[in-house]
Design a protein around this ligand. Sequence first.
Ligand code: FMN
Length: 195
Amino acid sequence: MTSVEAGDPVAGEPATGEVDVAADVAERFRSVLGHFCTGVAVVTACEADEPVGFACQSFAALSLDPPLVLFCPATTSRTWPVIERVGRFAVNVLAGDQHEVSVAFGSPGGDKFGSVSWHAGPGGAPLIDGALTWVDCTVDTVHEAGDHYVVIGRVTGLGAVSTGRPLLFYRGRYAVTEAPPSGELFDWPRPDDWF
Ligand SMILES: Cc1cc2nc3c(=O)[nH]c(=O)nc-3n(C[C@H](O)[C@H](O)[C@H](O)COP(=O)(O)O)c2cc1C
């Protein structure tokens, strides 16, 4: 049984014994972790002319040299086995007006690609029209972690940059940013420290 020590901030219990994570902690885990605002991506692949994809917020830049990204599909994902077989995928970064795309790709079943127009990217994975930008990758390494995999991809292609606003996901709801007051880019004093 997976458990956390009582008194741990996740469990929020007195400092004795162990607490079952599965039941009430799961709700609190979702609620607390939902405070971490993310963008929304659709991770896609294509096998034998059949496009597949799923909505994904667990996407991140990982390394600049070599260029790596990561995403985390659930072990139950139907898209992941296809990506694993073809060894390639694309990450479509959704724009602020694409929450319906996220709903379609975040739901099981249905004709996900019937609701969007798309074209094949340089590696064959679908690029969804209207997305803010995209990243094309090959699968580099895969780690199993609890009920998800951590998939590390090597970047093989990058889309154009965009001035559009991203779709955000925050506390279980979709949101869109307001333009920053000045419209200026953040002036980072040490730009080599991070992406
Ligand atoms: C905004 C949003 C973010 C999501 N992020 C993830 C994620 O990071 N990893 C994951 O496995 N599922 C995530 N999901 C759920 C999957 O998109 C959903 O379970 C989908 O039906 C999986 O499709 P598949 O079985 O074809 O892979 C997310 C859903 C939404 C709406």
